[in-house]
Design a protein. Structure first.
Lengths: 153, 500
C-alpha cells in the first residue's frame, strides 16, 4: 500500500500551534492579578511553553525529512465522500434549529444515503422518513426531550 | 474493606426491575457495538451517556457497564470471523481466532473467547470490589499536593504511552490541557479564553465533546471503508467448549487475568496492550510455541481473557482516585458526573451503597455478556453484515441528537460536530485522541490542586516536593517522561537509519 509522508501535515500543525501558544501568553497577561489564589498564569503558560517546544521539535523534524509516514492515505472517491459528508453534517448542524428536526433530518439522511452510494430509492426514502419520526417519538415520549420544531411550530 | 452486606444488597438492586433490563440491554448493545469493526466500546458508551440522563444513577451506570464489558468482549467476534478486530483490543484474537475459523472451528473459537473474557472480567471485577475500598480509604489521606502529583503522573503516562509517537501524544495532551482551561477560572472566577462568548464561560461541554471525539469521528472513518467492509460467511457450530479444553487453559487464564489487572490499573494503557502482552506471554511460556498462529484455543483464550481483565483494572483508579484508566473509563467518568457523582475517595465515603451497587453491576455485567454471547452467538455473527450505508448515518444522527439532548441547546450539537471533525483529522493523521480527553480530566485536577497547594503553603512551591507521597509520585512521573523521551530518540534514530 502506498505510504505518504506527513511532512506537510506536521508543518501545518506546527504553524497552527504557534499562534495558539502566543495567544495563551497574551491573554493570560491580561488576567486580573489577585493575591492568594495561587498564580493563575503559571499552569497555562507552562503548558503553552511545552506546546510551543513540541511544535518547534515537530517542525524541525518535518523540515529535516524525519516526519512519519501515513500508511493508508485518503484519496479519490473516498476523500470526496468524506468531505461531502463533512459539509453535509456541518450544514445540518447549522440549519436544524431553524428548519426543524424532522425536515432537516429527512433531507440529511436522503443526501447522506445518496453520497454513500445507496441507489435503492424506495428503501432510502423509507429510512429517511421513518428514522426521524422514530427518534422524535422516542425523545419526546420516553426521554421528555423536545427536539427543534422549526417551520412546523 | 468491602461491606459484604452492602455488596449483597448491591447485587439484589442490580438484579431487580429496570436495573436488570438495563443490564441486559446494555450488554446486548455492547456486544453488537464491539462486534462491528470500527465501532468501539468507548464509542458505544459515549453515544449512550446522554440517554442515561433520565434514568436513576444506578440504572444508567449499570447499562453503561454492560456496554463497556460487552463491547470489549464483542470485538473478538469479528476478529475470529473476518480477521478484522471489532475493537482495537481484539487485534491479538485474530492471530489464532481467524485460523480456527478457516479450519471450520469458528463456533468453538467464539465459545472459548466468550468464556475466557468472562473469566478475566469477573476476576478483576472481584479485585475491584475488594481492593477499591482499601485504596479509597488510603486516598482519603491525600491532600492537594498528592492529587497534583497523581495528576502529573497520570499525564506523563497518558502522553508518553498513547499512540506511536510520544511527541504527538504530548501535543495532543497539551491541547487537551488548554481546552480544559476554557471557561471561568476555578478560583478567581474570571473568564479565560472565552472570546467574549457566554456559551464558553462554562467551558466546552464535556459529554458532547466526548461524543464528537470518539463516536462522530469514528463515523467519518467508517465512510472511508463503507464499500469494502468484509462479510461473514462462516457457519457456527459446537460453540460451547468442552470442560477438558477449558481445563487445559487454566494457567493461561490465571496469567492473563494478572496481566490484564496490572495493565488495566496503569493509566492510559488498556485492553489492547494487555491482550497483546498476554498473547506474547502465552506463546513464550507454551510447550508448543510453534502452534501459536495456526489456530489453537490457547491463542484465543489468552488475549480475550486479558482484554476483559483490564476492565476491572481500568475502573480501579477511576473510581478511587478520579483518574481514568483509559478512554472508556474517561467517558464513564463523564456519565457519573452527569448524575452528580464525583469519582474519588469521597464517593466511597458519601455514597457507599451506590459504590457497592457498581461493584455488583460490574460483576454481573461479566456474567451477562457470557450468557448472551453463548446464547446469541449466531445472531451477533450476522450483525457484522449490517449494511453500513444505513448504520453510519444512524450513528451520525445518534451522536448529534444525543449531544443536543443533554442540555437542549444547539451549542452542544455544534460542539459535537466540531470535535467530531477534529477527532477525525487527528485519527487520520496519527495524532492520538485519548491523551486529549484524559488530559482534560487530569488537567483540571492538576491545576486546581496545584493552586490549592500554593494557597495551603502561602505561595511556597516546596510543599509539592516535601511531602513524601507526593514526592514519590512525582519521581515516578519524571521516570516515565524520561523513558518516553528515550523512546522518541530511538524512533528518530530508527527513522534516520531507514532513510539513509
Amino acid at each position: 500500500m502506498a505510504r505518504v509522508s506527513m511532512k506537510k501535515v506536521d508543518i501545518l500543525v506546527s504553524l497552527i500551534l504557534v499562534p495558539i501558544c502566543l495567544y495563551v501568553f497574551y491573554e493570560s497577561g491580561r488576567w486580573p492579578k489577585q493575591a492568594l489564589i495561587g498564580a493563575p498564569t503559571l499552569i497555562p503558560r507552562g503548558v503553552s511553553a511545552c506546546l510551543l517546544l513540541a511544535a518547534g521539535v515537530l517542525l524541525v523534524q518535518a523540515l529535516r525529512g524525519k516526519a512519519s509516514e501515513l500508511e493508508a492515505p485518503l484519496e479519490g472517491a473516498n476523500r470526496r465522500r468524506v468531505m461531502l459528508i463533512g459539509v453535509l453534517t456541518g450544514a445540518y448542524a447549522g440549519i436544524v434549529a431553524y428548519v426543524g428536526f424532522l425536515i432537516s433530518t429527512f433531507i440529511y439522511l436522503l443526501l447522506f444515503g445518496l453520497v454513500v452510494g445507496e441507489r435503492r430509492l424506495p428503501r432510502l426514502l423509507l429510512f429517511a422518513v421513518l428514522l426521524p419520526i422514530a427518534i422524535y417519538l422516542i425523545f419526546s415520549t420516553f426521554f421528555n426531550v423536545p427536539l427543534p420544531e422549526g417551520w412546523l411550530r | 474493606m468491602v461491606d459484604l452486606g452492602l455488596l449483597l444488597k448491591g447485587f439484589a438492586t442490580v438484579l431487580s426491575g429496570y436495573n436488570l433490563l438495563a443490564l441486559v440491554l446494555g450488554s446486548f448493545m455492547g456486544i453488537i457495538v464491539g462486534a462491528i469493526p470500527g465501532l468501539t466500546a468507548t464509542m458505544g458508551i459515549a453515544l449512550l451517556v446522554p440517554f442515561t440522563f433520565g434514568m436513576s444513577p444506578i440504572t444508567g451506570i449499570v447499562m453503561l457497564l454492560g456496554i463497556y464489558t460487552g463491547g470489549i468482549y464483542g470485538g473478538g467476534i469479528a476478529s475470529i470471523l473476518i480477521k478484522t478486530p471489532g475493537t482495537p483490543a481484539a487485534v491479538a484474537t485474530t492471530f489464532d481466532g481467524y485460523p480456527m475459523a478457516q479450519k471450520g472451528m469458528a463456533g468453538k473459537a467464539i465459545g472459548m473467547a466468550t468464556i475466557a473474557s468472562g473469566i478475566g472480567g469477573t476476576f478483576t471485577a472481584l479485585c475491584l470490589t475488594f481492593f477499591a475500598p482499601i485504596l479509597a480509604s488510603f486516598a482519603l489521606r491525600f491532600s492537594a499536593p498528592e492529587y497534583f502529583a497523581l495528576a502529573v503522573f497520570g499525564l506523563s503516562v497518558v502522553v508518553s504511552l498513547a499512540g506511536r509517537s510520544p511527541l504527538k501524544g504530548l501535543i495532543s495532551g497539551a491541547l487537551g490541557l488548554l481546552i480544559a482551561m476554557v471557561g471561568l477560572d476555578p478560583m478567581g472566577g474570571f473568564p479565560r479564553f472565552t472570546f467574549g462568548r457566554i456559551e464558553l464561560t462554562g467551558g466546552f461541554s464535556f459529554v458532547p465533546m466526548l461524543i464528537g471525539l470518539f463516536a462522530l469521528s469514528e463515523g467519518f472513518r467508517q465512510i472511508e471503508t463503507i464499500f469494502t467492509a468484509p462479510k461473514v460467511t462462516a457457519v457456527l457450530k459446537d460453540i460451547i467448549p468442552k470442560l477438558r479444553e477449558l481445563a487445559a487453559c487454566t494457567i493461561t487464564f490465571i496469567r492473563s487475568c494478572v496481566i490484564g489487572l496490572i495493565v488495566g490499573i496503569t493509566p492510559a494503557i488498556g485492553a489492547e496492550t494487555s491482550s497483546l502482552i498476554s498473547y506474547a506471554e502465552a506463546k513464550r511460556t507454551s510447550k508448543h510455541p510453534e502452534k501459536f498462529g495456526t489456530g489453537i484455543l490457547e491463542g484465543v483464550a489468552a488475549p480475550q481473557c486479558a482484554e476483559n481483565a483490564s476492565t476491572g483494572g481500568d475502573m480501579l483508579p477511576m473510581l478511587t482516585l478520579g483518574i481514568p484508566g483509559d478512554a472508556a473509563t474517561a467517558v464513564l467518568m463523564g456519565a457519573l458526573t452527569i448524575h452528580n457523582l464525583q469519582p474519588g475517595p469521597l464517593l466511597f465515603r458519601d455514597h457507599a451503597e451506590l459504590v457497592h451497587q457498581i461493584f455488583g453491576g460490574m460483576i454481573l455485567a461479566n456474567f451477562m455478556f457470557v450468557i448472551l454471547g453463548l446464547t446469541f452467538a449466531r445472531f451477533f455473527a450476522r450483525v457484522i453484515n449490517i449494511d453500513r450505508r444505513y448504520l453510519v448515518p444512524l450513528i451520525f444522527i445518534a451522536c448529534m441528537v444525543g449531544s443536543y439532548a443533554i442540555n437542549n441547546v444547539m451549542y452542544d450539537l455544534v460542539t459535537c460536530v466540531v470535535f467530531g471533525f477534529i477527532g477525525y483529522l487527528m485519527m487520520r493523521y496519527d495524532y492520538p485522541v485519548s491523551p486529549m480527553v484524559l488530559a482534560q480530566i487530569l488537567g483540571f485536577m492538576m491545576e486546581s490542586n496545584f493552586r490549592r497547594s500554593l494557597v495551603m503553603s502561602q505561595g511556597d512551591p516546596s510543599i509539592l516536593v516535601t511531602r513524601p507521597i507526593a514526592l514519590t509520585i512525582l519521581i515516578l512521573a519524571v521516570f516515565t517522561t524520561v523513558t518516553a523521551i528515550r523512546r522518541q530518540r530511538k524512533m528518530m534514530r530508527a527513522q534516520g537509519d531507514t532513510t539513509t
